[in-house]
Design a protein around this ligand. Sequence first.
Ligand SMILES: Cc1cc2nc3c(=O)[nH]c(=O)nc-3n(C[C@H](O)[C@H](O)[C@H](O)COP(=O)(O)O)c2cc1C
Length: 312
Amino acid sequence: MLINNGCKKMLAVKFLKNTLNNPLVLASGIRGTTAASLNYMAKKGCGAVTLKSVSVEAREGHPSPVIVSNKHYIINAVGLSNPSIAATTAEIAKFKSLNSTPLIVSVFARNIYEFTQAAEMLNSSPFDLLELNLSCPNVNQEFGQPLAYSSLAVGEIVKAVKAKTATPVSAKLSAQAWNIAEIAKAAEDNGADAITAVNTISGMVIDPKMRCPILSNKIGGISGPALFPIALRCVYEIYRAVKIPIIGTGGVTTGEDAMTMIMAGATLVGVGSAVYYRGAAAFKKIAAEMADFMQQEKIVSLDEIRGRYVSN
Ligand SMILES: Cc1cc2nc3c(=O)[nH]c(=O)nc-3n(C[C@H](O)[C@H](O)[C@H](O)COP(=O)(O)O)c2cc1C
């Protein structure tokens, strides 16, 4: 399971202006809420880490229960609880003083105005990529459908945010949009530097004996293994539509999952639920499995396989 220096080089990947030790990115919402938790996860072998989505106003999120899991999926309706952007900027600066791992800051907002406000509020913070969470599926009762369902909304938001920040921007999209590739293209055409695909997708669980939905919000977002083939299909479709890099996210729990995500076209691979299944050591385990796979299959670099086997 140990990765030697040769393998370390094999996993290194260029993403925008950064070179990452490996393509595995801590997905938003999984442990990364403070400088200390981001630093802890970065030291566990992430190539980059993502802050849990923050918004202009603080949010309490939904009441418990907010998460249910089994071996096939995790379903959550945390409801975007966060202490606000203003309360998080000191944590961002502190993380950057502790650790050189690239940092992605995820922001959630309900409309174009709030997204631009969020970008402006973060303008003096040191981080590497601004991820626009346009796709949370468990706050529809408050905000209506995710903005990621509309190529017009995604395009306009990306354009407005790009006008307010010098930091590269990624649009985080939803597999529930039937035309995700078209939406990714709208993001690219309006200046997005990357696409994050995908967020969780809506589902529900009912307790058969209690005869009621388990989550207080009734509906939550599905992540984990059940999401993997859906995420893979989305990355495959997006890769064929855009030139900007993709952070392929959804259900990756093993090295082979990560390798196939790259074969579908991802440059980086988001990992979230695997932390619940395999612990914080998930990153080192997945990286070691990738290195083993590459050695067995005589793959010298990730660039060699990206999008190669699934083109038209
Ligand atoms: C408990 C939990 C909280 C999440 N919170 C956020 C969030 O705040 N912002 C966001 O963009 N995605 C959030 N996500 C979605 C993940 O970032 C990721 O897109 C999704 O879980 C699919 O990846 P996975 O199957 O590897 O977990 C959350 C997921 C989980 C399980």
